[in-house]
Design a protein around this ligand. Structure first.
Ligand SMILES: [Zn+2]
Length: 442
């Protein structure tokens, strides 16, 4: 065999290895679960109460992932999806500088769903932060409108009734509508909520608001889980992303009942008993929804599950805010993975001193690498040695190094001012935030 042919064959083998053969990599499923706290997960896993995450501990890995300060969920979820920091992706916490909640058109760089689409691969994206209006993707998207604008309800993304441009392609709505649960079905949502959370004996104004917020989030999560199941069954894609929020909302609202001794004030009865298990129940219910999503995923999928931060007792010691859990200091989130290209490392949650598996910036490049899609060469995570890649099978990893491509940001569609779904929502948003004690400056 001559040198040239050998070299050509070696080159072909490398190419085939690097790409897994174009379009033939294993599918990737990313499930984001806002505020899932590693310490709560560790205890519930030890008690055998999280069967889905236990399957990751058996066949893959469960550990921690480093978050960021300031710890703003919409910013971090956009970082997870874009592989870039807020200075680059342009999505911040409060508003876009014109008093409007951020929307997808204000994002300045491509996200995973754009990059994967541009590579000719398919994508499903359900309920991810700051995805409304739905973008044109090579696949399907149920976008989530930043509930910043409905802050009088709760500040979480969710699916709205009668909101235009919420899905891509437009005719997807008809197909998924039967799987959607709307928070306006108050009775139905409360009913379902009390199947997953103990029904309290009574409600005071603070717990009434907290339960209403939890119900709103639960409706959004049930919708996200149902639609993700439906899309995976009917329209399987190379990459599927889904977002759930229950543990975050339960943590913010119910932490004082979960850990009453951590506060400088007396947590009152009967709420203290009635809501004692709500934080745990939120983790257990998120695990159950994750199980439903996984049951509909392809058997050969590589699955990544993560939270954007953990949660712990608030040090403000003010019982009147209805907020008792916080994450202002960026406590590590949970990271779990399993699949054909993931090592069996077990649960690493037992020893917090062992540190984290990696950083939220490393999730997007890990997903692209698993898909055999080029990673933009300017991404920050490439400049430091990627720790998160240590979860990958060593032989696969050696045969499939990161393949970089040119910076796609300059050719991405230009960012435009955030869109309002209805007039005056920016005023409502700012008023609601002022009431919550946030300084909403212009
Ligand atoms: Zn969050």
């Amino acid at each position: 065999m001559g040198f040239v042919l050998r070299t050509a064959l070696a080159g072909f083998a490398m190419l085939a290895g690097a790409c897994g053969g174009a379009g033939r990599s294993n599918p990737v499923l990313i499930v984001g679960i806002d505020g899932l706290e590693p310490a709560v997960v560790a205890r519930l896993l030890a008690e055998g109460r999280l069967p889905t995450l236990a399957s990751f501990a058996r066949a893959g890995v469960v550990g921690r992932i480093e978050s960021m300060v300031p710890t703003y969920s919409p910013v971090i979820w956009t970082t997870i999806a874009t592989g870039q920091l807020a200075e680059a992706h342009g999505i911040d916490f409060f508003h876009d500088g014109q008093g409007k909640p951020f929307t997808s058109n204000a994002r300045e760089v491509p996200a995973l769903w754009n990059l994967v689409s541009d590579a000719g691969r398919t994508v499903n994206c359900v309920g991810w932060w700051n995805t409304w209006p739905a973008e044109t993707v090579n696949g399907r998207m149920l976008s989530s409108y930043a509930a910043q604008a409905q802050a009088e309800i709760i500040w979480k993304p969710g699916v709205w009734e009668n909101l235009e441009d919420q899905v891509w392609p437009p005719d997807l709505l008809e197909e998924i509508e039967p799987a959607m649960v709307f928070s306006s079905d108050v009775e139905e949502v409360r009913d379902r909520l009390y199947r997953a959370f103990p029904r309290p004996g009574s409600l005071d104004p603070i717990t009434e608001k907290s339960v209403t917020d939890l119900g709103w989030t639960y409706a959004a999560d049930l919708t996200a889980a149902n639609v993700t199941v439906l899309l995976q069954r009917e329209h399987p894609a190379d990459l599927t992303l889904a977002y759930l929020a229950l543990p975050d909302v339960a943590g913010h609202r119910f932490w004082s009942y979960h850990e009453p001794d951590a506060y400088g004030y007396e947590v009152p009865e009967p709420a203290r008993s009635d809501f004692a298990t709500y934080v745990e129940a939120a983790h257990i219910e998120a695990d159950r929804l994750l199980g439903q999503i996984l049951a509909a995923a392809p058997d050969d999928a590589n699955v990544l599950v993560l939270s954007d931060h953990g949660m712990h007792a608030d040090d403000l010691d003010d019982p009147t805010t209805g907020q008792s859990g916080h994450h202002r200091d960026g406590p590590p989130g949970l990271f779990a993975a399993r699949g054909p290209q993931v090592r069996s490392l077990g649960s690493l949650l037992g020893d917090p001193a062992s540190g984290t598996l990696g950083h939220v910036l490393e999730v997007a490049p890990l997903a692209l690498r698993l898909l055999g899609v080029e990673v933009p060469e300017h991404w920050l995570s490439l400049r430091a040695q990627s720790e998160l890649a240590s979860v990958l099978d060593e032989a696969w990893s050696a045969a499939n190094p990161v393949v970089t491509g040119p910076n796609p940001d300059p050719s991405f569609r230009p960012a435009t001012p955030s869109r309002l779904p209805a007039a005056d929502l920016d005023k409502k948003f700012n008023e609601a935030f002022s009431k919550l004690g946030y300084a909403v400056g212009e």
